[in-house]
Ligand binder design. Structure first.
Ligand code: SAH
Ligand code: SF4
Length: 344
């Protein structure tokens, strides 16, 4: 009999599982706390669960775990973790310290199928989805070494192409009996899968980031194939309809690529496009990588774009590139995909 990995279960899933074993549902909360607040790796650590029931659990269930196979530290304090999964695939997570807070960027898939022209992860295609357990175990593993204040689903993969694992993972992260992250401290980023945006909003309460990256359908079609299915108008309508945690904004991510989407006309169009969406803009200067001909804009171009948005009262930050020296910056994560010879 294959054992149930209980790290794949949300609290309500665990309640159902436990009552299926003939035990009181409230035991689930105790076990959940052991897993995510006490980081238990073995049922025998769960001292407020009876010995008999622990024996039943040990026979039928397991507690999976990840430990980093490699950790690289950047000169700027960013740390990149490489996790080897049970089937030999690997993913990366990145811990980014900023003003005393640590943001952990986690992966939701091995590779990605979306084929954005500027993204290294995308060039390898999709190997497979991560399970809920593999997603939450990235957080467990990093938390063992460092405090984690924010979680962003901005590592490898398109989280909205793996909602059946991502929604439970968000619910475990934000559950008061689980990791206890405030819903304002967890952000899911998408390239713009419109129907799945609504589904995400129905399945959990979480911040949303949308990788806009262009201000015309013509340019967006060219760099993000997803735009051919869900063009700007539909994407922005879905942003407007998204049920955010209270007093939150959608994060509009905008990767600036030299001579492609970095003009003042782009800045003007961007202001217009997002004018009726409660939003803030993250400008991300393109991180260059081998195998992609795009270039990062000049500092002057970035400053001009940034200032235009500010002058129009748009909340904007330009993300300084972090972890570039260890290939941990946005769009540079690839795990060991290249060495696996992984293809779509
Ligand atoms: N798949 C999701 C989340 C992971 S990508 C998404 O696309 O939103 C996280 C962010 O990195 C996205 O905003 C994406 O546009 C950006 N990105 C990808 N490649 C990049 C690169 N080479 N330089 C800068 N940002 C990049
Ligand atoms: Fe996938 Fe996001 Fe990279 Fe596009 S930018 S290929 S959606 S990981």
């Amino acid at each position: 009999m294959e054992k149930t990995d209980i790290k794949n279960l949300t609290l309500s899933g665990l309640e159902a599982y436990i009552s299926g074993l003939g035990k009181e549902r409230f035991r689930a909360k105790q076990i959940f706390k052991w897993l995510y607040q006490m980081d238990a790796m073995d049922f025998d650590e769960m001292t407020n669960v009876s010995k008999e029931f622990r024996a039943v659990l040990k026979e039928r269930a397991e507690i999976s775990n990840l430990s980093p196979e490699a950790v690289e530290a950047s000169g700027d304090g960013t740390r990149k973790y490489l996790f080897r999964l049970a089937d030999g695939a690997s993913v990366e997570s990145v811990l980014i310290p900023d003003e005393g807070r640590n943001t952990l960027c986690i992966s939701s898939q091995v590779g990605c199928a979306m084929k954005c022209a500027f993204c290294l992860t995308g060039t390898f295609g999709l190997a497979r989805n991560l399970t809920t357990a593999e997603i939450v175990n990235q957080v467990c593993a990093v938390k063992r070494e460092h405090p984690v204040n924010n979680i962003v689903f901005m590592g490898m993969g398109e989280p909205l192409a793996n909602l059946s694992a991502v929604i439970p993972a968000v619910n475990i992260l934000t559950d008061p009996d689980g990791f206890q992250f405030s819903t304002r401290k967890v952000t899911v980023s998408t390239s713009g899968l419109v129907p799945e945006m609504a589904e995400l909003g129905r399945g959990c309460t979480v911040n949303l980031a949308v990788s806009l990256n262009a201000t015309t359908d013509e340019v967006r079609d060219q760099i993000m194939p997803v735009n051919r299915a869900y063009p700007l108008k539909e994407l922005l309508a879905a942003c407007k309809a998204f049920p955010l945690p209270s007093r939150r904004w959608i994060t509009i991510e905008y990767v600036m690529i030299r001579d492609l989407n970095d003009t003042l006309d782009d800045a003007k169009r961007l202001v217009r496009l997002i004018s009726n969406i409660p939003s803030k803009v993250n400008l991300i200067p393109f991180n260059e990588h081998d195998g992609c001909g795009f270039k990062s804009p000049t500092q002057e171009t970035i400053d001009r774009f940034h200032k235009y948005l500010l002058d129009k009262h748009v909340t904007v930050i330009t993300r300084s590139s972090r972890g570039g020296d260890i290939s941990a910056a946005c769009g540079q994560l690839k795990g060991k995909l290249d060495q696996m010879g992984q293809q779509d």
